[in-house]
Design a protein around this ligand. Structure first.
Ligand code: HSE
Length: 350
């Protein structure tokens, strides 16, 4: 049995997932009885193609590399070119929409409309776009449930490190009373470079050249990226809808080497920490630079690595650390979601 997949957006993350389908083909089939078939790609810049029986992924990736336009895919009977994202979502025979468009995180668009259209057309969605989960979690989750479809968004927080699914599945039965974490790789990289004596500006430029920063790094250094991730954690893990504006936010753009040196003299380090605390049925949340003692495990989290600590009523504090960004890591988060879709929705029907 195959799982038909349509890519809405086909940038670096989407292409990495297509490569994973190729590389992991045998393993996915053997270990999970999963056989992903790419039926469509629709990208505002790179064109659009659809074939109900599936596209050849190797040819698709080669076409993108050679011409940058998927519509240069070789002709074959039944191939349709030129459908926009909504036509692809509504009219293709995909089971799962991989939503990886370039979305404005402040409005959540076009990803919110894509998720809504998919659910209304009985299609499941996996996405790495933060906007829909940070801004429209309750409405979209309800719509997915009403239509009996799956919505996966593991990669919106800490990419392929399972910051969302692990607490819900493995830590089930605990109440999580507090969450704190380093949720932005760029700022953690800058702070730890500054600990080695680099200036703020030089460290930021390095983070940009290494591809950690968002297209506009303001979102990273002012804490906005971490703030959206904090809203997602509250919506999904603490059952309390928060939007970004509910979360106090201060970044690290005014940091100086002197501040970092002063902390070091006191055996401390600065970390940009997201913090969510449950108090009398409400959640208080903030993103701000905080001093942590050198022997705190969060002080040992260096470079672009992310970390999160869940304070559980039964299990105590549980810390999870790993990559928070990266093409393969983010593509992997989509693969985890597709495997879970398959377990819940497809395998149970066999
Ligand atoms: N710019 C982000 C970061 C990428 O530095 O963590 C992942 O959201």
């Amino acid at each position: 049995m195959s799982t038909k997949v349509a890519f809405i957006g086909f940038g670096g993350v989407g292409q990495s997932l297509a490569e994973l389908f190729l590389k992991q083909k045998e393993n996915l089939n053997k270990s999970h009885l999963l056989n992903p078939v790419v039926v469509a790609v629709s990208d505002v810049m790179k064109g659009s193609i659809y074939h109900p029986e599936g596209l050849d992924v190797e040819t698709l990736l080669a076409t993108i590399k050679q011409t940058g336009n998927v519509e240069d895919y070789p002709n074959q009977p039944g191939l349709i070119r030129g459908w926009d994202s909504l036509e692809t979502i509504k009219h293709s025979n995909a089971d799962v929409i991989v939503e990886v468009t370039f979305t404005d995180v402040r409005t959540g668009q076009p990803a919110i409309d894509h998720c809504r259209a998919a659910f209304e057309n009985n299609k499941s969605v996996v996405t790495t776009n933060k906007g829909p989960v940070a801004l429209a979690y309750n409405q979209l989750a309800a719509l997915a449930e009403e239509n009996g479809v799956f919505w996966g968004f593991e990669g919106t927080v800490m990419s392929g490190t399972p910051a969302l699914r692990m607490p819900v599945t493995t830590l089930a039965g605990n109440e999580i009373t507090e969450i704190k974490g380093i949720l932005n790789g760029t700022t953690n990289y800058i702070l730890t470079e500054m600990e080695k004596g680099e200036t703020y500006q030089a460290s930021l430029e390095k983070a940009q050249s290494l591809g950690y920063a968002e297209a506009d790094p303001t979102s990273d250094v002012e804490g906005l990226d971490a703030r959206y991730k904090t809203a997602i954690l509250s919506n999904y893990l603490m059952g309390t809808p928060l939007v970004a504006e509910d979360i106090y936010c201060k970044g690290i753009s005014d940091f100086t080497l002197d501040m970092v040196k002063e902390a070091s003299k006191n055996n401390q380090k600065w970390r940009l920490l997201a913090r969510l605390t449950k108090e009398n049925g409400t959640v208080k949340a903030s993103v701000k630079p905080e001093l942590v003692d050198n022997d705190d495990p969060l002080a040992g989290v260096i470079g672009p690595t992310n970390a999160i600590v869940y304070q559980c009523d039964l299990a105590g504090p549980i810390m999870l650390t790993g990559a928070g960004a990266g093409l393969v890591e983010t593509a992997y988060s989509l693969l985890i979601d597709i495997i879970h879709y398959h377990r819940q929705y497809a395998l149970t029907k066999i």
